[in-house]
Write a protein that binds this ligand. Structure first.
Ligand SMILES: CC(C)(COP(=O)(O)OP(=O)(O)OC[C@H]1O[C@@H](n2cnc3c(N)ncnc32)[C@H](O)[C@@H]1OP(=O)(O)O)[C@@H](O)C(=O)NCCC(=O)NCCS
Length: 156
């Protein structure tokens, strides 16, 4: 596996990974409710993914397995992690842990002392185990309840 910067040519694959990850892995969040899924997936389109990739405030990366995009991540330059999605067939193989290490390193290179994110219910335990703490009350995004979290970088 290599984690590398995403290019515009990755937009379609990045988008497909994010959509599959949401639909198949985040059932704890959307409960297979068609309206919730529709709202969550509405902006997950190749052209939107392309806009995330080229935006000068973002650093999007992909994890590639023998030419196949298996996970996607995105850091905003202010330290917010705005994407961390793994394709179902690469789950539980250490991919998201490696992705988080990369995004946190990027955040530090950009001068940040902390990372923030809005966690799904699905990933909440995963982030707690990686040093993130809850950072305020749950918020609503796309009709879903998400958990603001933060981690001070460089802390043990
Ligand atoms: C939760 C999730 C983010 C973890 O990603 P991943 O690539 O599978 O993560 P890793 O392989 O790096 O680590 C998996 C964790 O699950 C545990 N695990 C491994 N195999 C497992 C299994 N068969 N069943 C349950 N847990 C397992 C590991 O122990 C590890 O946790 P730990 O190191 O704290 O013990 C991912 O599986 C997921 O569901 N993503 C959905 C998209 C999402 O919600 N993204 C976050 C947006 S904010």
């Amino acid at each position: 596996m290599i984690i590398r910067p995403a290019t515009l040519a990755d937009a379609r694959d990045l988008c497909a990974v994010v959509r599959r990850s949401i639909v198949e892995l985040c059932v704890e969040d959307h409960g297979n409710d068609p309206a919730l899924l529709r709202a969550w997936l509405r902006n997950k389109r190749p052209e939107t993914a392309g806009a995330w990739i080229v935006h000068d405030m973002n650093r999007c990366v992909v994890a590639e397995f023998h030419g196949e995009v298996g996970a996607a991540g995105c850091l905003r330059l202010d330290g917010a992690i705005t994407l961390n999605y793994v394709a179902p067939r690469f789950r539980f193989q250490g991919v998201s842990s490696a992705m988080m290490r990369r995004l946190e390193a990027l955040a530090q290179e950009c001068g940040n002392t902390q990372c923030t994110l809005l966690s799904t219910a699905t990933a909440h335990r995963f982030y707690l185990a990686r040093g993130y703490v809850d950072n305020g009350p749950a918020e609503s995004r796309f009709g879903l309840s998400v958990h603001p979290m933060r981690k001070v970088l460089g802390a043990p």
